[in-house]
Design a protein around this ligand. Structure first.
Ligand SMILES: *Cc1c(COP(=O)(O)O)cnc(C)c1O
Length: 370
């Protein structure tokens, strides 16, 4: 699905020397590389505060802790996403409220969000799924009207731009009150291990969160709030800082691969190409397959040594850990359908034209019964 070795080979010298610098100076924890990467990412995103942490799941949890969400508070998020999003809500004893998604963008459904709001609702967590922003304009309007926090799960969309209807353009992850991202190796900006970060434009919240990530300390050995230990290690920061200047190029390469896939698939009966509602950085390239059995297509691709993935095969509201008597199947018609139809194809920065040609031909021949 990804070619991390090919990407490494292109930037080997600078990554190696950046890692070596950390080792030679033995600044393994909170070293200068971490601060350098933090500053460079703040500049890139145009956001006031980036707080690095250990992974994208922690980033979400810490964002919620920083906002002071309390047990029993309801947090609305999408039924069709990676489990981390709902997991941290549950870990903090908040109440997850899963809602359906849009059938074309796969992102949280605005009407479903509105319907789910109760007096206990405290926050909405839109996930910018597969590299495309949720409808943030509508979400921010709802949040304003109901006095709710918005936490963007930006793990899959770093580098994507979001355009408001008045023409204003900003980076994904800088719109809500706070955002989280992941630097897992296969993410659009991936380290060589775990990593994550929290973004916010709110000075007070940034201050609170800087304590939360560090055992609740604002002054050494004074623990003012309950915190966690969640750090980005300096070696990961060294890798990420070396890769950050390439992020736009990487995202353009993903878009170019998506364009080539779109071209091949767009008029094939039974295949729906991903809708682009705005800028899209294609963390995943995800088709919908109708008329043939999706799982048979998966098996066929595997038999032809073509990697593929089903993100996600089971809706969160049907996962054992997250079932809730309040849910009705009729409220999740879109997710229930998507889990049967979606398939994600190889998507990375090193895809060659001949690979794309082989992948598209293999998919099309199967779907059209050739
Ligand atoms: C990857 C991912 C996360 C979690 O990130 P980790 O760094 O693996 O903890 C959270 N949300 C979404 C949508 C993701 O894709």
């Amino acid at each position: 699905m990804v070619d991390l070795k090919g990407q490494y080979n292109e930037i080997k010298e600078v990554v190696n020397s950046s890692i070596n610098e950390v080792i030679e100076t033995t600044t393994f924890i909170n070293g200068p590389k971490v601060h350098q990467f933090q500053k460079n990412l703040e500049d890139y995103l145009g956001v006031k505060h980036v707080i690095p942490c250990a992974n994208g799941t922690d980033a979400l949890q810490i964002a919620m802790m920083g906002l002071g969400l309390k047990p029993g508070d309801e947090v609305i998020t999408a039924d069709f996403t990676f489990a981390a999003t709902v997991e941290v809500i549950a870990v903090l004893n908040l109440t997850p409220v899963l809602v359906d998604v849009d059938p074309e963008t796969f992102n949280i459904d605005i009407e479903a969000v509105k319907k789910a709001i109760t007096p206990k609702t405290k926050a909405i967590v839109p996930v910018h799924l597969f590299g495309q922003c949720a409808n943030m304009e509508a979400i921010m309007d709802i949040a304003k009207a109901h006095d709710l926090y918005v936490i963007e799960d930006n793990a899959q969309a770093i580098g994507a731009k979001y355009k408001f209807s008045d023409g204003k353009e900003v980076m994904s992850g800088t719109i809500g009150h706070v955002a989280s991202t992941s630097f897992f190796p296969s993410k659009n900006l991936g380290g060589y291990g775990d990593g994550g970060a929290i973004f916010t434009n709110d000075d007070n919240l940034a201050h609170v969160i800087r304590g939360v990530v560090n055992h609740g300390m604002y002054e050494r050995y004074h623990h003012d709030v309950v915190g966690v230990n969640s750090r980005l290690d300096s070696i990961q920061a060294a890798v990420l800082d070396a890769k950050l200047p390439h992020l736009d190029t990487y995202n353009n390469k993903r878009r170019a691969a998506a364009d080539a896939y779109d071209m091949a698939f767009k008029s094939v009966e039974g295949i729906t190409i991903p809708k682009r509602s705005g800028d899209h950085v294609f963390h995943q390239y995800t088709l919908k397959i109708q008329g043939v059995d999706r799982d048979a297509l998966v098996a066929h691709l595997q038999a032809n040594a073509i990697p593929c993935g089903v993100y996600y095969p089971i809706p969160l509201h049907r996962q054992k850990a997250y079932v809730d008597a309040r849910y009705n199947e009729s409220d999740f018609t879109v997710t229930n359908q998507l889990v049967k139809e979606v398939i994600s194809l190889p998507m990375h920065t090193e895809l060659e034209a001949d690979q794309i040609a082989f992948i598209t031909k293999t998919v099309i021949d199967f779907v059209t019964n050739k």
